[in-house]
Design a protein around this ligand. Structure first.
Ligand SMILES: [Zn+2]
Length: 185
């Protein structure tokens, strides 16, 4: 740290203390050349993460905006707002820790879902319906199937590797069965 008076680069630290409620460290220093005393602050570097939206537009990652969206989809699910705040904090830390500074909104959506799945199934489906822009009942059914598969995978993960494959959808069989029921009655 360069001395503001003589530009000498060596100083000794006289005192260090926590500042800004723990977010930075304040140090009193003394220049080794001219004995001038000055103060420095050391902070964790906060990088801006850019979100690339579906339409290609870019905006910086807005934690509060994400939180508002998640809170909306979790209304009346009984999840504590503090739990959702913690979830968003986690996501922010995750994004901050990455080497890339850009992330797609779809990727963020998937991260949110991967966390919501452990908190509330209802919130998971609701959030998925908004962010994946569900067009109809088919999308809900697909997501429910996917959710069920994920849960099965969690159950069987320890015993079988094959369980990670998504099992074929039984829809076709179901349709045939109900059709033959209809004709025979
Ligand atoms: Zn100096």
């Amino acid at each position: 740290m360069r001395c503001p008076v003589c530009q000498h680069t060596n100083s000794r630290v006289l005192e260090s203390r926590s500042a800004e409620s723990g977010k930075s460290i304040r140090r009193r220093r003394e220049c080794l050349n001219c004995q001038h005393r000055f103060t420095t602050y050391e902070r964790i570097e906060f990088v801006t993460v850019t979100v690339i939206k579906k339409d290609g537009k870019k905006e910086s990652f807005d934690k509060l905006k994400l939180l508002r969206g998640i809170i909306r989809s979790c209304e009346k699910t009984g999840i504590e707002p503090t739990e959702l705040e913690a979830l968003v904090d986690e996501i922010e830390v995750e994004l901050q820790g990455r080497t890339q500074r850009e992330v797609t909104s779809a990727e963020i959506g998937e991260i949110v879902l991967s966390k919501l799945v452990h908190i509330s199934e209802v919130a998971y489906i609701r959030f998925a319906s908004v962010y994946r822009k569900f067009q109809g009942i088919r999308d809900f059914v697909d997501t429910l199937n996917h959710l069920q598969n994920q849960k099965n995978n969690l159950d069987f993960n320890s015993t079988s590797l094959e369980s990670s494959e998504i099992s074929p959808k039984p829809d076709a069989v179901d349709c045939e069965t109900s059709a033959s029921f209809a004709t025979s009655s």
